[in-house]
Design a protein around this ligand. Structure first.
Ligand code: PLP
Length: 404
């Protein structure tokens, strides 16, 4: 058998170093637990950056994928296929929107939203050619394409990838007033993560999303909510915007929409916005393929039961209550909503990476983000007992670091 160490060495030798993985080689996973090639088990507290909200190998999702594999996997959009209508109707109903435009990755869906907003700006709002601007937030994460990294404020994501796409205005996250001041007659959209995930699970002040909604409506600007990571049950609601009862003009969805099986993303909007796209103007060979739609339908059916949202809300209370007890014991701050937490470790004590490694030694897989923040987002199927156990592992790891 090839050992973990050998597989890691071989992986590093022949792959670009665009990631810095924890030294674990996963072979198998079910529910919230993964097993490495040596047979050691770990509780997954990352969930593929919230792609695995329903756990690894959810029976309903796997069944849908298996059935579809036997029938039809790809047609391209040159033809209709028998899963497409139900996927679009299901996601339209879940979002409350008229129309769906399916893509594959989150970044592609964000790109789609940007293209739609610009085209809408020129054709509906009447912005002068090539003058459209979109207001974006400092600390944003919307993916890795050249246009998207053009307005990233993370030097690693941004630097040396120019020349950059113009037409974006950065404002501080959390300030509706800053958006108001940045708006001009050429502003076509505000693009916002209802909770900033990669930035460290930053929850904006109460009322922020409703203020953006009001401002956009008053000024004739599209509100685009990137719910790729925050959406589909993670926060205890279907969408993180639901906390303020806010409905954006465009939802951007991805990650968990693919059930942890295949990349599935989409934007959802009403006809007055998404109706501006005509044949030939946008597309994707794989977007909306039969396998993606079959998996997506299974995901939507799970969300329609409401069980996952309720479970994330209930377990989220347990998670946050336990984490708050660690403040002053190696933890400086805890943020988040539902089964999603950003835990700032005292930088004097350890880096996020060191804590992630200490957790890994204790059979918990979590990932640091930006220096000293640990992100915890276990699959929503995690048991309460396992969840509490995982936080206890963090408490013990911090205690050890404190007394070392
Ligand atoms: C992950 C993520 C994306 C990009 O999704 P990919 O599938 O990696 O392209 C976009 N927006 C947010 C908020 C994300 O978390």
């Amino acid at each position: 058998m090839t050992t973990s160490a050998e597989l890691i060495e071989m992986s590093e030798r022949r792959s670009a170093h665009n990631y810095h993985p924890l030294p674990v080689v996963i072979h198998e996973a079910h529910g919230a637990w993964v097993t490495d090639v040596e047979g050691k088990r770990y509780l997954d507290c990352l969930s593929g950056y919230s792609s695995l909200n329903f756990g690894h190998g959810h029976p309903k999702i796997i069944e849908a994928a298996r059935d579809q594999l036997d029938n039809l996997t790809l047609t391209s959009r040159a033809f209709y296929h028998d899963q497409f209508a139900q996927f679009c109707a299901g996601l339209g109903d879940l979002t409350g929107k008229d129309l769906i435009l399916p893509m594959n990755t989150g970044a592609e869906a964000v790109e789609t939203a940007i293209k739609v907003a610009r085209k809408w700006g020129y054709e509906v709002k009447g912005v002068e050619p090539d003058q459209a601007n979109i207001i974006v937030m400092e600390g944003n994460f919307h993916g890795r394409t050249t246009t998207i990294v053009s307005f990233s404020t993370d030097p690693e994501a941004h630097d040396n990838f120019g020349p950059y796409t113009p037409g974006f205005r950065l404002v501080p996250y959390g300030s509706a007033e800053a958006i108001r001041q940045a708006v001009d007659p050429n502003t076509v959209a505000v693009l916002v993560e209802p909770i900033q995930g990669e930035a460290g699970v930053l929850v904006p002040p109460d009322g922020y999303l409703s203020e953006i909604r009001e401002l956009c409506t008053a000024q004739g600007i599209l509100m685009i909510a990137d719910e790729v990571q925050s959406g589909l049950g993670r926060t205890g609601q279907t969408f993180a915007c639901d906390y303020e009862g806010v409905v954006p003009d465009i939802y951007v969805l991805g990650k968990a929409l693919g059930g942890g099986v295949v990349p599935v993303s989409a934007i959802a909007a009403n006809r007055d916005v998404l109706g501006i796209i005509q044949p030939g103007q946008h597309g994707s060979t794989f977007g909306g393929n039969p396998l993606a739609c079959a998996v997506g339908i299974a995901v939507i059916e799970l969300l329609n039961t409401g069980e996952f949202q309720a479970r994330a809300a209930k377990l989220g209370e347990v998670l946050h209550a336990r984490l708050r007890e660690l403040i002053g014991k190696g933890v400086v701050e805890v943020r988040g909503r539902g089964l999603w937490a950003g835990v700032d470790i005292d930088p004097e004590l350890a880096t996020g990476r060191e804590v992630s490694k200490a957790l890994m030694a204790r059979s918990v897989l979590a990932k640091d983000t930006h220096g000293s923040t640990i992100r915890l987002a276990p699959p929503i199927v995690v048991s309460e007992e396992d969840l509490v156990w995982a936080v206890n592992q963090l408490a013990d790891a911090l205690y050890e670091l404190n007394t070392a």
